[in-house]
Design a protein around this ligand. Sequence first.
Ligand code: ZN
Length: 341
Amino acid sequence: MRAVVIREHGGLDALRFEERAVPEPGPREVRVRVRAVGLNHLDVWVRKGVPGHIFPLPLVPGCDVAGVVDALGPGATGCASGDEVGVAPGISCGRCLACREGSEPLCRSFGILGETRDGGLQEYVVVPDGSVLPRPEGLDLVQAASVPLTFLTAWHMLVNRAAVRAGEHVLVHAAGSGVSAAAIQIARLLGARVLATAGSDAKRQRALDLGAEEAIDYHGDFTAAARRFSGKRGMDVVVDHVGAATFDRSIRSLAKGGRYVTCGATSGYELKTDFRLVYFKSLSILGSTMGSNHELMRVLDHLGAGRLHAVVDAVLPWDEVGEAHRRLESREVFGKIVLVL
Ligand SMILES: [Zn+2]
């Protein structure tokens, strides 16, 4: 079978196709014939490398996977050959306190498909049987591959970490990203009012289409817009993964008791602000990574029922994985790029 393998970190040419043996499912594992893989910024980090972080190379990238069950290992249950399925991207031990509490990302052995073990950019992938999820009705395999990582991340940020309530004012940065396109919809589903930022007119229009009440340029003075949008009170929640470029102004945009929730820092991770604001205004700074399996089931239920919508920008053949990375890095996308096999 063919597989995309990263042997060394680097540019687009670090994504190489190789021939590999079709993997055999072990005990309680399932082999899935991969049909669609959603691309995430995580894939770019895995390709380029992250200073101070060691990835287990060589590695097959791809964390958002959908396909057809092809073979079950000994004792595997919960699905049958021929089933159309998605794969939960997070993998944890299932036995520790964090896992039993339903906080799998806090498990010491938590890992992500395509980051800590071989992911989906290969014709066949083997995963634990507990990771296999039925394809939600109402989503095709391309849509199913476009949602898990971003929608789960956004759901955990808004529901679990920031605990967004109906009527609150929520600022969502970088609306064109997969996480933000999900966050706008989830905030609306929770009854919040959304102010979005984005870097172009086209992206701002798409943000409005997803349910944002107003969309502005984040290069401009979004603190003034936030003040006006919230009736001079300030935002209750800021949803961010931009980091250095927006952090200080985000903190200044928050109301008393406001929550800043982040799942990344793509523009730089050394952040600076006036910390007096944090204690005088009783602000919370909340980190968030992925989410729990029960949250993934809930968000997939909303997607299947049409209360939330997959946002797919482009579908490309997987031979164009390099072009897909290029588009993602140059931010020429709104929502997700999905590769089909
Ligand atoms: Zn665990």
